[in-house]
Design a protein around this ligand. Structure first.
Ligand SMILES: C[S@@+](CC[C@H](N)C(=O)[O-])C[C@H]1O[C@@H](n2cnc3c(N)ncnc32)[C@H](O)[C@@H]1O
Length: 663
């Protein structure tokens, strides 16, 4: 959402905190931070004179104002390890028995860092538990570095440059990709930690520079993983040794096991050509004829499609809600910390930041996660990838992992609780068609192929939409979008394939029991390499819905309808619509209740999509103005106002930031 939702901090003169004893705004803040009692109006000095302050208070009193805040902020993510440093600035580096404290010198001393040594800085000298220089700093027991250190910052920068977030690191660790097997029969390996800007040639020259011999090396831009096939175990051992000693750009490149897909294992038993593909002598019926072979990062085979698509599915629903609540809480805390950091020292913190402590550091009260009215099969839009499974079969389903980590295998949507049964049936009809198609499935390694993606969008009928249980019987309209890449494909051949596909889908839907609804089929021609197709990709209608003449403004166009709060929504292929219709209904109603709407309200529906929020709340306000940059979504929104007889809404096409340049 745009920043229009964030109120600007009030001007400092309106915030003068203490009229009787004027002080700088920043001073009061420091005082409040150091002593919660002061903030609540109590006299902190009373306690100090009657009894010795507890160690934490002693530290607060001796520590320069703002230091505590700094400490907390600078190591937020290191909560367990940081508990010791935050409360023990004066603690000795050794324990009573003379042993080194496990956290000794694992954090930089903030006194020293800010003021240097001597009486003005840290006067604990050698006895200080914190490092006084970067050189003195040691890694923490878990192998990580103090996040404020130069070393950690550099590592973070490198990691960001490589396009790898913490999530990627965690995933790689969890999948154990950095395990290497030294075995004649498994000489296909991944190189993990490469620059995503490298292409195969750069990888090859890197290997040559390092004196690493190999048979085949493959690397695609965008991936941080490359694939190398060695000829012998000795070559592999040498590579592991060399990489252990050498770093590239400060970053360790490691070797991990890779999986050859089963058809490739068969090939590798026969002769292998220069480019790593099996030679003509091999006879594997499962091998794709379109050259889409490629090894996978080893983690792929250890995951199921259920793990990849619904990683929380192993938990009970109530545990999932708790898990989400705690993720949101972490985000709200981070928001508070970052906003506090960004606030200049001479500006009084806004209430939501200064009061955050009272609610556990959150930027606002977190009520919890509302349950969805429907839990299984709720998605009204499923985007299936097209590719090859680990077994080498042309498959319509979901990728087993992250492309950047070297995973490209696509597996059938088995046991994915959020996917509707109807979408899976359509995916299987299309998958059967692919086995016979003369055009190739998409290959993510070299961005070639024709069939790229298969999307099923479902529309629910109004009367049943309120009954949450049997999701499949509520689906009355279906739109199928097939994404292809037409580059270099003969037009006549392509049209012929489209005609066959259209027939297959119509027949497949009709012969299901009960028959599946099928309203419209459209092809999206996406010739770019990015995963996300731009909104203006050409659309080719294959099956156009019959025009409902009762509908005002009806045009002969590919669209389906869904319903929220008894309003009918017309949806074009690329327009956004909340994927869980019944949950969206609940969300919008709640948003309306919280917004305290009345007939004088002018409601701005910012990033309005097809106008769902504004239109469902229109009867509770004076006027709605919706802003949306996707042109066809704006047309949908205008049409939706029309077909629902809503007259107090205007929808404007454009980027929000450009419409409010000064906000
Ligand atoms: C997640 S959808 C939400 C749509 C709608 N509010 C709803 O709940 O159905 C976000 C929408 O914002 C639009 N959008 C994203 N960035 C935008 C921007 N800078 N200006 C205008 N619209 C934008 C997208 O095209 C998309 O339709």
């Amino acid at each position: 959402m745009e920043d229009t939702t964030t109120p600007p901090p009030p001007p400092p003169q309106q915030q003068q905190p203490d009229q009787q004893a004027p002080e700088l705004a920043g001073e009061k803040r420091k005082r409040e931070e150091e002593s919660p009692a002061a903030a609540s109006g109590e006299n902190p000095s009373m306690e100090a004179t009657t009894q010795p302050p507890p160690p934490e208070q002693q530290r607060q009193e001796t520590e320069p104002a703002g230091e505590k805040r700094k400490r907390e902020e600078e190591s937020p993510e290191a909560a367990p390890g940081d508990a010791a440093p935050a409360s023990a600035a004066a603690a000795p580096a050794t324990t009573g028995e003379g042993e080194r404290h496990p956290m000794s010198k694992t954090s930089l001393c903030s006194f020293f860092r800010r003021r240097g040594g001597g009486p003005d800085g840290c006067n604990h000298g050698e006895a200080c538990r914190y490092a006084h220089t970067e050189e003195e700093l040691r890694p923490r027991p878990d192998g990580t570095w103090d996040p404020t250190s130069d070393r950690a910052k550099k590592l973070r920068r490198v990691s960001e440059e490589e396009g790898e977030g913490a999530a990627g690191e965690e995933r790689r660790g969890r999948w154990g990709q950095e395990e290497v097997t030294f075995d004649e029969s498994s000489l296909d390996k991944c190189l993990v930690g490469l620059s995503r800007h490298w292409l195969a040639d750069r990888l090859k020259s890197f290997l040559d520079e390092q004196g690493i011999s190999y048979a085949v090396a493959k690397k695609k831009k965008g991936m941080t993983v490359g694939f190398v096939t060695f000829e012998t175990v000795e070559q592999l051992r040498n590579a592991v040794e060399v990489l252990k000693e050498n770093q590239s750009g400060g970053k360790q490149i490691k070797i991990a096991d890779a999986n050859r897909r089963s058809h490739q294992k068969l090939h590798s038993e026969g002769p292998v050509s220069n480019n790593g593909a099996a030679t003509e002598n091999s006879s594997d019926a499962a091998a794709p004829a379109d050259g889409t072979s490629g090894p996978e990062a080893a983690g792929a085979s250890k995951r199921t499609v259920r793990d990849a698509v619904t990683p929380l599915a192993h938990m009970t629903y109530s545990d999932q809600l708790e898990h989400k609540k705690s993720s949101v809480a972490q985000l709200l805390k981070k928001l508070t910390r970052n906003a506090k950091k960004a606030c200049p020292a001479d500006v009084t913190l806004p209430d939501w930041i200064s009061n955050a402590k009272q609610i556990g550091g959150l930027s606002c009260k977190l009520e919890g996660i509302l349950e969805s009215p429907v839990i299984d099969g709720y998605r009204n839009k499923c985007e299936f990838s097209v590719g090859h499974s680990l077994a080498g079969k042309k498959t319509v389903g979901f990728m087993l992992g992250n492309f950047r980590e070297g995973v490209t295998a696509v597996e059938e949507p088995v046991d994915c609780p959020n996917v509707s049964a109807m979408s899976c049936k359509y995916a299987m009809i299309f998958q059967d068609f692919l086995q016979l198609s003369c055009l190739p499935a998409w290959n993510r390694v070299d961005n070639s192929g024709f069939w790229r993606q298969f999307t099923v969008r479902e529309g629910r009928s109004p009367a049943q939409a309120v009954v949450a249980q049997d999701t499949q019987t509520q689906i009355s309209e279906v739109m199928i979008i097939i994404q292809v890449c037409s580059t270099g494909v003969d037009e006549v051949l392509m049209k012929d394939e489209f005609a066959k596909l259209s027939k297959t889908l119509v027949q497949g839907a009709a012969t299901c029991s009960p028959p599946l609804p099928l309203t419209t089929i459209v092809v999206q021609d996406h010739t770019g390499i990015s995963n996300v197709a731009p909104a203006d990709c050409p659309l080719i209608p294959l099956l156009v819905p019959e025009v409902d003449q009762s509908e005002e403004g009806a045009v002969d166009k590919t669209r389906i309808h869904d319903h929220i709060s008894n309003l009918r929504f017309s949806l074009s292929p690329t327009a956004f619509f909340q994927v869980n219709t019944l949950a969206a209904e609940r969300l919008y109603t709640l948003a309306g209740d919280w917004a305290n709407l009345n007939s004088d309200t002018l409601l701005f529906d910012v990033c309005c999509g097809t106008g769902t929020i504004g239109l469902t709340l229109a009867h509770r306000v004076g006027m709605v103005v919706g802003i949306e940059m996707n042109e066809s979504a704006v047309v949908d929104a205008q049409r939706n106002a029309l077909i629902n007889g809503i007259k107090n809404c205007r929808f404007v096409c454009g980027k929000v930031r450009l419409m409010y340049p000064n906000e």
